[in-house]
Design a protein around this ligand. Structure first.
Ligand code: AMP
Ligand code: MG
Length: 319
């Protein structure tokens, strides 16, 4: 924690309040975001999903595929992680209800250089969705419908705001294009995600990530052990990644193998592995859609920090 305080730029709290009052973007973004939250919830509840409250601290959390500073809390000599994502809890939650969702706050202490992406906060919310016994195609189809539903509602209710910020926004058409990471790399090289996003005017799916490029819980393709049964949604016009998801590993031996393959220690997953070893985990698939990034895309904003009050951007320290 000390390290990030040394690096951070302190943003004065009064200046923060002044910017909320002088820059109408915050006012408008909250209206649009409120619609995104309401429409998404309505969409999922209509389809039989049950909303669960988020898990903020736990004995287990997402290892993530990239390096962030760790946030932990000591409690009576035990250690709680602050949730980086609810993935591991979602896998358990679908044992109780087959179709669940949660608006889950995630704390990821991203390095300050991430600021320039325009897509990173250190404290953000993702709409986390998980379904028991489903394949990834069904999740992707569901998310296409959700995105279309939300954008249609936004355009119907707030065309004046959209006209002001993102006049080219249109309702995407189904099905979204799918492209494997292998193919994307052949076509665009290492910058494939960025270039695909910049050159597209419709959202699209990147699928089949190489096994070491994602976390241990994304399911290995039984027909091709080099790739995963997972996906990312890429927003068009350069707005980049907005969703990650996939089918999940649920068998104990396979989970252990995958954790080791990533070079992670088993100790951090003791409670999760116990549940898997007892055979409780079942096949599931799901994803998370970042609320701030969805808002940023819909409004065509330069940075996600404009989509929140009290937003925490990498490398900044503020109220
Ligand atoms: P992940 O599974 O790590 O890709 O996270 C799921 C989704 O949450 C991403 O597709 C983004 O929409 C969103 N997200 C991830 N990290 C951040 C971040 N640092 N700031 C804002 N949104 C994020
Ligand atoms: Mg991702």
């Amino acid at each position: 924690m000390k390290k990030i305080l040394e690096m951070s730029k302190k943003v004065d709290s009064v200046e923060v309040v002044k910017s909320y009052l002088s820059d109408k973007t915050y006012y408008d973004a909250l209206i649009i975001q409120s619609e995104i939250l309401g429409s998404s919830r309505e969409f999922l509840v209509e389809r039989g999903f049950v909303e669960m409250l988020p898990v903020i601290i736990s004995t287990i959390t997402d290892p993530l595929n990239h390096d962030v500073l760790d946030a932990q809390i000591d409690y009576y000599g035990y250690k709680y992680y602050v949730t980086k994502s609810m993935i591991l809890q979602k896998q358990v939650s679908v044992l109780v209800h087959d179709k669940i969702f949660s608006f889950s706050p995630n704390l990821r202490l991203e390095k300050e250089e991430k600021y320039d992406s325009g897509r990173h906060l250190i404290d953000f919310v993702q709409l986390d969705i998980e379904i028991k016994n489903k394949k990834r195609e069904e999740i992707m189809d569901l998310m296409e419908d959700l995105i279309i539903y939300v954008i249609r509602n936004v355009l119907e209710k707030y065309s004046d705001i959209i006209e002001k910020y993102h006049p080219s926004l249109k309702i995407p058409s189904k099905p979204f294009k799918k492209i494997s990471v292998k193919k994307a790399k052949e076509l665009y090289g290492d910058e494939y995600e960025k270039l695909l996003s910049e050159q597209s005017d419709q959202p699209l799916w990147l699928i089949d990530f190489p096994i070491l490029e994602r976390e241990f819980y994304d399911k290995q393709d039984p027909k091709n052990s080099d790739i995963l049964l997972d996906f990312d949604l890429i927003y068009p016009e350069g707005f980049g990644e907005g969703i990650s998801g996939g089918e999940r590993e649920h068998e104990y031996e396979q989970i252990v193998k995958r954790i080791k393959l990533k070079g992670n220690g088993l100790e951090s997953y003791e409670d999760y592995l116990k549940i898997a070893k007892e055979g409780y985990l079942e096949q599931s698939a799901g994803c998370g859609i970042g609320i701030e990034r969805f808002t940023r895309f819909i409004l065509g904003l330069d940075h996600v920090e404009k989509t929140r009050l009290f937003g925490k951007a990498p490398g900044k320290f503020t109220i």
